[in-house]
Design a protein around this ligand. Structure first.
Ligand code: GTP
Ligand code: MG
Length: 611
């Protein structure tokens, strides 16, 4: 017989929101006010954004656990990323939570990722506490935003109980939460109390033995693989013998060699852990996210974590450029393969496929930004590799090709609507909604193929003079809408190996936008710039001025090149066409044609944007 009770000493919450709505900053304030840091201690901002790339970019990439204590209750917190490409992290995080804090920016209101994360919490049946954050913003409109949140709940088919959601107003950065806008408060006590009152304590069955779903993996040099998850039932003790049930239904024996729980930002070793707590358990190497760890006597698997399918795929190969092996420490296909497989273990939204060619791999994920972060991480670890253009993943149903479609939300000055609409309609986008609230800015919604948006963001920012805001939400698969060019310009391609010189680059400048500066190594097939016209052109960027033309010594003023915008990884992968690749090394990002020789390229048909 089921005998369920709740562990009132614990709460498990995920903090969810659209990107930048202030999740990680709120966690800082919760740390400070729960007495985690001694008064006066200088602490970095956004302390949970501990990865180098997170700090540099000011965004959260991976969901992370921590905990605070409030009135004798331990609140396990999972800070999640708000960027759509890392949506898989939110789905994983929610598998450890009993409720969610939904942050909504008091000026921006609910945005596409707010909808995505809220939908996921509803699917899991989790209780939601709404926090209207950043009410200190000059353009804050908290009352309107509250209405918009109600509308979103209704839109997502919230039932009566869900519609009666508790809500607070907050200035996360100053650590303030209050019930009404008028009241004066200078702390987050109300938030802590609301969490304790509204988020249900974890429920478990007294009769059931130990059971835990693995929601995250870690690694320690001393302990090896770490399995992280919330204990669904039962107790775990140091040295207990358990089994891990994997996706094939196999029972792999394990003995708990260490048991740790989150204590603030750090892990603390414990002898035993209680049902409902989130633990970090070591003692098994061969464990995957979604596996169940349970007792040998009563092995019962829990439902595996399901996440949305990937929509983007990208080719990863060894670096095949003539300059390969000069800048990176790790260049072998075996090592790249190993690294990519390791990524799939930690990152539930990433898939790996080996192709027939031993040196070519397909990596699938949620978006090109997620791919760029993975590649950037690898290059910092010393890898050298080449990657192709991100492609959307098509599906076939009864002879029809289906493609991923996004809802694109555009917020821009009404003067720019014309150019934006025109660009999007060339890319098979359809305007589905338009709101003009006479403020000079409009909000438009488009239904558009995902493939149309690869590389579009830059163009959108240029077209709206940097003032437009665009957000996307995956809408589902629909019949293929037909071909359109992915880029309306060609490439300027070097026809030989050497070093670029100012004289040659100066004379190439009128042809387009250059990617390189004088003195850079070049090779035949390397793309040195974007051509103004649709076709590719060959050029010799190492061409010197003939000595006979040199009249007097001294600097030739006419060969001072214009500044070049440094090529970033994101720009590169968004720029290339199907017959082009990006060479990535710890020091350089270069673009090249898959077929390096100009003669061979001419023999081949001009490549079409295939699917
Ligand atoms: N005005 C104002 N700004 C805030 C507040 N809280 C956070 N911010 C700012 O909002 C920006 C984003 O904050 P983060 O805490 O990184 O947001 P996030 O939701 O964790 O972002 P992602 O994890 O990348 O989705 C930062 O520049 C913060 O300083 C607030 O209460 N008021
Ligand atoms: Mg964050």
């Amino acid at each position: 017989m089921k005998k369920t009770i709740r562990n009132e000493k614990i709460r498990n919450i995920a903090i969810i929101a659209h990107v930048d709505h202030g999740k990680t900053t709120l966690v800082d304030a919760m740390f400070r006010q729960s007495g985690l840091f001694r008064p006066g201690l200088e602490v970095d901002e956004r302390i949970m954004d501990s990865m180098d790339l997170e700090r540099e970019r000011g965004i959260t990439i991976a969901a992370k656990n921590c905990s605070v204590q409030w009135n004798g209750v331990k609140i396990n917190i999972i800070d999640t990323p708000g960027h759509a490409d890392f949506g898989g992290e939110v789905e994983r995080a929610l598998s450890m939570a009993d409720g969610a804090i939904l942050l909504v920016d008091a000026s921006e209101g609910p945005l596409p990722q707010t909808r995505f994360v809220l939908k996921k919490t509803f699917e899991k049946g989790l209780k939601v506490v709404v926090v209207i954050n950043k009410i200190d913003r000059k353009d804050a409109r908290p009352d309107q935003i509250l209405d918009e949140i109600y509308d979103l709940f209704i839109d997502l088919d919230a039932d009566g109980a869900q519609l009666d959601f508790p809500y607070l107003y907050a200035i996360g950065r100053e650590g303030i939460a209050k019930k009404t806008l008028a009241e004066k408060r200078d702390n987050l006590h109300l938030l802590f109390e609301t969490i304790l009152d509204e988020i249900p304590a974890p429920e478990y069955d007294l009769e059931e033995p130990f059971q835990m779903l693995v929601s995250d993996l870690g690694y320690s040099d001393y302990l090896g693989r770490l399995a992280i998850g919330r204990i669904s039932n039962g107790k775990a003790e140091f040295h207990d013998s358990m089994v891990c049930i994997n996706d094939k239904g196999e029972h792999l024996p394990l003995k708990i060699s260490k048991l740790q729980v989150y204590d603030g930002m750090i892990l603390r070793e414990v002898e035993a852990a209680e049902p409902g707590d989130i633990v970090v358990l070591s003692g098994i190497e061969d464990v995957k996210i979604g596996d169940t760890i349970c007792t040998r006597e009563h092995p019962k698997p829990l439902k595996r974590i399901t996440v949305d399918e990937p929509t983007i795929s990208m080719e990863f190969t060894i670096n095949t450029s003539p300059l390969s092996g000069k800048e990176g420490k790790i260049v072998q296909s075996g090592k790249i393969r190993e690294r990519l497989i390791k990524e799939t273990l930690k990152n539930v939204a990433i898939r790996f496929e080996q192709t027939e060619d031993r040196e070519r791999f397909i990596v699938k994920g949620r978006g090109e930004f997620q791919m760029a972060i993975l590649i950037e991480t690898m290059r910092r670890e010393g890898f050298e590799l080449s990657v192709g253009r991100p492609k959307v993943i098509y599906k076939h149903l009864n002879g029809t090709i289906l493609e991923p479609i996004e809802t694109l939300f555009v917020d821009c000055d009404e003067h720019f609507l014309g150019v934006v609409t025109e660009k999007l309609s060339i890319r098979k986008g359809r305007l589905t909604n338009l709101v003009n609230n006479q403020s000079g800015r409009i909000r438009a919604e488009f239904s558009i193929p995902s493939r149309a948006l690869i590389g579009y963001r830059d163009e959108f920012l240029t077209d709206t003079k940097g003032t437009g805001i665009m957000n996307t939400l995956f809408a589902g698969y629909e019949p293929f809408r037909g071909d359109f060019p992915t880029r309306f310009t060609g490439s300027i391609v070097s026809d030989r190996q050497g070093n670029s010189v100012a004289y040659a680059l100066y004379h190439l400048e009128p042809r387009g936008r250059l990617f390189i500066v004088p003195g850079e190594p070049i090779y035949a097939g390397m793309i040195v710039g974007e051509h103004n016209k649709t076709v590719d052109i060959s050029a010799n960027p190492s061409k010197e001025k003939k000595l006979t033309n040199m009249r007097a010594s001294g600097k030739d003023e006419s060969t001072v090149c214009s500044p070049v915008q440094p090529m970033t990884l994101e720009r590169a992968i968004n720029f290339i066409k199907d017959d082009e690749m990006v060479e990535v090394t710890p020091q350089s990002i270069r673009l090249f044609k898959k077929t390096l020789s100009v003669k061979k390229r001419h023999l081949m048909q001009p490549s079409k944007n295939s699917h």
